[in-house]
Design a protein around this ligand. Structure first.
Ligand code: HPA
Ligand code: ZN
Length: 334
């Protein structure tokens, strides 16, 4: 029998939790800084990479926002997304739903159009080149106020057909989902899907708020939901997918180490957990590395990949095609 890493590498996968700005590798950061004349406080790629040691979500976010300052032109966003999609395709990611943070760019004076045109062109080119499917999810930054989120949604409306949903990310502590109830209601009224980061650093109650107030269809992270047995029962009963990111959770100290990660327990409890990379350039790995990290057995690996396709927002025909691909792959390697 082939080893687990080879099995994971060939496994058809869906990625549902990836921040495109978090796929900015140090090499591209330095290249774009030079191309655009942006001054960085790091003199070399090695120096920048050495800064990738985080004590918390906020500690990471400070560097994440600093890094994205090199993104100025349409081509920069194209290059960023193209690099991610090439890597994802090489790892047999068949479907990717990609978060982007408009306020991280528009607040620096980069027009919404510049960003979305570059991302969109990259997605369409990758779909043709790799035969994969892709989608964008617009995330609101939760450390900013609701008015800013509403303005961002206004600005995005001319490109309504370029994104399938809205999400909520950035600093979780003291930033409850309730702050964004109205903007999420408006987005859902426009036919957009809703997801939110909750229960990464924030308490189980934020997961509840995301479900009850934002009416999300998936929870991003959600690991702290395990502290609340009634909430776990609800997530199981309602089959709410959790987009879990093991290496991110280790790097941001949500869990002490990979051996302590509760993913296996999540599966045993009947939660619909999926595996994702979050910010792969910063956390030490893309999809394959995240699947490999926790040393799952074959059945667990296939279940996690199946959950990814089941939880995806693609149409039923596409979903069935990917699930058949996955079944054929699993059977051929028994
Ligand atoms: N959590 C919250 N916000 C984020 C993250 C994350 O892991 N990555 C990028 N923005
Ligand atoms: Zn995330």
């Amino acid at each position: 029998m082939e080893d687990a890493d080879a099995f994971i590498a060939g496994l058809p996968k869906a990625e549902l939790h990836i921040h495109i700005e978090g796929s900015l590798e140090p090499e591209l950061t330095m290249a774009l800084a030079a191309r655009n004349g942006v001054a960085l406080r790091f003199a070399s790629i090695a120096e920048l990479r050495a800064a990738y040691s985080f004590s918390s979500l906020q500690d990471f976010l400070d560097l994440y926002y600093e890094g994205m300052r090199v993104l100025l032109h349409e081509q920069d966003f194209y290059d960023l997304a193209t690099a991610y999609l090439k890597k994802a395709a090489s790892q047999n990611v068949r479907h990717a739903e990609i978060f982007f943070d408009p306020q991280g760019h528009t607040d620096r004076g980069v027009p919404f159009k510049t960003m979305i045109d570059g991302l969109w062109r990259a997605l369409k080119d990758a779909e043709r080149a790799y035969g994969m499917t892709t989608a964008l999810i617009l995330c609101f930054l939760r450390h900013l106020d609701e008015a800013s989120a509403q303005r961002t949604l206004d600005e995005a409306l001319p490109w309504r057909d370029h994104f399938i949903g809205v999400g909520l990310d950035s600093s979780e502590k003291d930033q409850p989902p309730s702050k964004f109830e109205r903007v999420f209601a408006r987005a859902r009224g426009l036919g957009l899907k809703a997801v939110a980061h909750a229960g990464e650093e924030g308490p189980p109650d934020y997961v509840r708020q995301a479900l009850d107030l934002l009416k999300v269809e998936r929870i991003d992270h959600g690991v702290r939901a395990l502290e609340d047995p009634a909430l776990v029962r609800r997530l199981v009963h309602e089959r709410i997918p959790l987009t879990v990111c093991p290496l991110s959770n280790v790097r941001l100290r949500v869990v002490p180490d990979i051996a302590a990660h509760p993913l296996r327990r999540m599966l045993r409890d009947g939660l619909m957990a999926t595996i994702n990379s979050d910010d792969p350039a910063y956390f030490g790995g893309y999809m394959n590395e995240n699947f490999s990290a926790a040393r799952f057995d074959r059945d667990e690996i296939v279940t996690l990949a199946r959950n990814g396709f089941l939880a995806a927002f693609c149409d039923d025909g596409t979903k069935r095609r990917y699930l058949s691909e996955l079944d054929a792959y699993g059977l051929s390697r028994r």
